[in-house]
Design a protein around this ligand. Structure first.
Ligand code: 26V
Length: 820
């Protein structure tokens, strides 16, 4: 494989060595006899980037020549993770770089660890965008990603010595970013505030404040293809032309200060994916990156002389959640106020360009902006939104005369105090397709979020079950298992064609394969055991079951239920006789994840976990049977390290609340089993790998409303004595102070237990008992993991992206063919 690359930059070890040393001398200006690991990383990254630039330029030129339809993936978040290893594997030159660095006295692995993890996202939504970029490139789809180049990414999490979360700003650019190209020539003005004038022909938006968006481009290599895509992130800088009236004349210093303020717009990622804060700066960020993007897209389209009414034949724009939805109004504004299109033509084209992905049904996360704020910040957009709504409601009235309730439900404007713009409704009205991210979730999008819209246009609503890239999450993160898979399949083509892994199933009874799967697992567990030793000073055995729950801390994800069950396990062990201890399966419980800085309950949960960890790990009675660790600063890099070490992972959200989950897929692909609820993609994973290979428990989505009411109105109270004991210990402040225990316990009272922790608890404990029992039979366990790995093909993001390409974007794969 990879012969497509051989005609370009030389790829033998000595040429690569020369390229690296060249960058040490001329890019970093160091002498070749004196450079450290960080310099080695920088020089290596630049040399890899050189290769990517060549293929990147060729690819973009090729797309332009062929005049292909492109998709633009608009996302406020791209959680890319480290670039170097991913680029080397996709280019198929890892071993050569290893060799070259070795000759220079460096270890590639160590050099790769010098790279900062660019954390320009919160969690699932941002990481999905990154997996999609990898698949788009690999499938040779003509695509670009567009987003914001935040100066401060997701905060770094630390834990105080008392066990509380502390947030440290993530200035990730301290050592520069060799993967980006600053394009000072690619820039657009973006306006805020100001007023609207009519000049007799069309509306004009004037005055206010103008900032300049500058493009930063990063190449996105595909696996085993020459095609290289682009991720364009915008950074805000002061506008060059200045408005003499906008700052007080004669006051030079405040004039400079008002310019400096421009840069605030792209300075920090909002580290909260739980509740919509309604902050003005956040809406500014949205309009800033969307406006720059649409100007860029329209300019590219207009290079060829043709009417803008045909934009949708060459452009598809995917809205990653409602965050870029202001783009619907912005494109209308560009069409009408800059390009002199009439409303009907502008609207017809706009709605053929946009499509919208919903990522959550949680009402508190649905974006709504106050009409006052939109009117002040984006006055022309507010006018346009009103007009979109007027025409939209006119249709509704025609069909349902006199149905005021329906009108209220379907309106883009929520009539309240204050009046709000519902961004999700705007996205549905302005898009040709709307999709959810797993089957159950797409069902809820239709039945709960937009039932009136679904009734009118059922074909508008689609399901696109999420996926993850096997390149990063298997090949790169888990070389030990990947090597086993490739050897048994006698090919490594499964890396870009996961379905080939079905071929593993025929060997499931082979003792050799079982042993090799277990050896790979042990390798991965050993690495994590070493990390634990280093960070906590605790020795753990790789024979213990590694039980992992890592994800953002949210009440609906129920980390609290996990820690309560750990307390019960601890209490049970304390009561065991020596003979019973002999039978007990040792567990290492790992929990990790960040709590939004203002999410008080989530932070209490972290404090409780740390308290339990301290008590359990220091109890001599427990020994090796139970160890509990809170892994700090969970991010893509940490995920790559620990996911391959999982025996079991937990995906235990209240049914109906986790739209999809994507780490569930990664954990199974890495040879672990799932304990989980019938929620999100768990349901489809079960469909693929079989009920015997999963530990399912808990209420079903259709049972939730009723159970919640029963709890609330006294129709149900749990009687689990284990849970009662655990709650009593918390109440007695055995694990944390009452600042933490009181609010947590209050949330577990029947009338407050919105997430049904107490209701699902017994069922969860039963499932945990089944996990322990099954783990005792190591042969049957490893067979389950082999079968599961073999059957996960559906969850490659390559499959997901093909579905988007065929059903929503109408795209064609365009592999680069060198012109002779
Ligand atoms: C919402 C908000 C609202 C407040 C301001 C900042 C902010 C940032 C992000 C979000 C989006 C939350 C939605 C989300 O992340 N959904 C997750 O999407 C994953 C990919 O589809 C999916 O696997 C997870 O189940 C879902 O929770």
């Amino acid at each position: 494989i990879h012969n497509i690359m051989t005609q370009y930059l030389p790829r033998d070890v000595d040429s690569i060595l020369k390229q690296i040393v060249n960058h040490v001398e001329y890019t970093l200006a160091r002498t070749k006899y004196n450079f450290d690991e960080q310099h080695a990383y920088q020089a290596t990254a630049y040399s890899v980037r050189d290769r990517l630039i060549e293929s990147w330029n060729d690819t973009q030129q090729y797309f332009t020549e062929k005049d292909v339809k492109r998709v633009y993936y608009l996302s406020m978040e791209f959680l890319m993770g480290r670039y170097l290893n991913n680029a080397l594997l996709n280019l198929g030159i890892e071993s050569q770089y290893q060799g070259a660095l070795k000759k220079l006295g460096f270890d590639l692995d160590e050099v790769e660890h010098q790279e900062r993890d660019p954390g320009l996202g919160n969690g699932g939504l941002g990481r999905l965008a990154a997996c999609f970029m990898d698949s788009l490139a690999t499938i040779n789809y003509p695509a670009w990603g567009y987003g914001i180049r935040y100066k401060y990414g997701m905060f770094e999490q630390r834990i105080s010595k008392e066990g509380y979360q502390i947030e440290i700003p993530d200035y990730w650019l301290t050592a520069g970013n060799p993967w980006e190209i600053e394009r000072l020539d690619v820039k657009y003005p973006v306006r805020f505030y100001g007023e609207i004038k009519h000049n007799g022909k069309h509306y004009e938006w004037q005055g206010g404040e103008v900032v300049t968006a500058i493009a930063y481009d990063s190449p996105i290599p595909g696996y085993d293809t020459y095609n290289t895509l682009n991720l364009r992130l915008w950074s805000a800088t002061p506008a060059s032309e200045f408005d003499l009236d906008s700052f007080s004349r004669g006051d030079y210093y405040s004039a400079v200060a008002s310019k400096e303020a421009a840069e605030k717009i792209s300075s920090v990622l909002y580290p909260n994916d739980a509740t919509e804060a309604g902050k003005e700066l956040r809406l500014k960020q949205q309009h800033f990156f969307v406006s720059a993007t649409l100007q860029d897209v329209v300019r590219r389209f207009k290079k060829k002389d043709r009417p803008l009414t045909e934009l949708h034949t060459k452009v598809a724009i995917q809205l990653n959640d409602t965050h870029p939805t202001i783009g619907i109004a912005e494109l209308m504004r560009i069409f009408m106020d800059h390009e002199s299109m009439g409303w009907s033509a502008a609207w017809a084209t706009t709605t053929k360009v946009f499509s919208y992905t919903n990522h959550t049904v949680l009402p508190e996360a649905l974006e709504r902006w106050s009409v006052d704020l939109v009117e002040k910040l984006l006055p022309r957009h507010m006018q346009i939104i009103y007009e979109i709504n007027r025409r939209h409601l006119e249709e509704v009235v025609k069909k349902y005369p006199g149905d005021g309730d329906k009108l209220m439900r379907m309106s883009i404007i929520e009539e309240g105090f204050p009046k709000m713009v519902r961004m999700a409704v705007l996205a549905v009205v302005g898009s040709h397709h709307v999709n959810g991210v797993a089957a159950i979730h797409s069902g809820l999008v239709k039945s709960r979020l937009f039932p009136d819209f679904y009734k009118e246009q059922p074909d508008k609503f689609l399901n696109m079950t999420n996926g993850v890239t096997p390149r990063r999450w298997m090949q790169s993160a888990n070389p030990a298992l990947s090597e086993v898979i490739s050897r048994w399949l006698e090919t490594d083509e499964w890396v870009s064609n996961y379905e080939l892994c079905r071929g593993l199933e025929q060997f499931v009874d082979s003792a050799d394969m079982q042993r090799e799967f277990r050896e790979a697992k042990r390798t991965n567990k050993k690495r994590v055991a070493e990390r634990i030793k280093k960070e906590f000073g605790v020795e753990v055995s790789t024979d213990a079951m590694f039980d992992i729950q890592v994800k953002r801390i949210h009440e609906y994800k129920r980390q609290l239920m996990n820690v309560l069950s750990i307390i019960c396990r601890y209490n049970a062990i304390k009561r065991m006789t020596p003979a019973e201890k002999e039978e007990c399966v040792p567990r290492v419980c790992i929990i990790g994840g960040k709590a939004a800085a203002g999410y008080v309950i989530a932070k209490h949960i972290i404090r409780l976990i740390n308290g339990v960890s301290k008590v359990v790990n220091n109890d001599k009675d427990v020994g090796d049977l139970l160890k509990v660790f809170f892994m700090t600063n969970y991010n893509v890099t940490l995920a790559e390290d620990i996911i391959p070490a999982n025996d079991i992972s937990q995906h235990i959200s209240t049914a109906g609340m986790e739209a999809s989950g994507t780490s569930n897929m990664k954990f199974v692909m890495n040879g672990g089993l799932i304990i989980g609820t019938m929620d999100g993609a768990n349901i489809e994973i079960r469909e693929e790998i079989g009920n015997d290979n999963m530990f399912i428990f808990g209420l079903l989505e259709e049972e939730i409303d009723r159970a919640r009411n029963e709890l609330k109105y006294g129709g149900y109270q749990h009687t689990d004595s284990r849970l009662q004991e655990a709650m009593k210990q918390i109440e007695a402040n055995k694990y944390c102070g009452k600042d933490v225990s009181e609010p947590l316990l209050k949330n577990l009272q029947p009338y407050n237990d919105y997430y049904l922790v107490t209701r699902d608890f017994s069922s969860y404990m039963d499932a945990q008992a089944r996990v322990d029992e099954e783990y005792k039979n190591q042969t049957s366990w490893v067979k389950k993991t082999i079968t599961s790995v073999a059957r996960m093909g559906k969850f490659s993001s390559d499959r997901t992206i093909r579905e988007y390409g065929e059903q929503i974007w109408n795209l064609e794969a365009t592999p680069f063919v060198p012109s002779s």
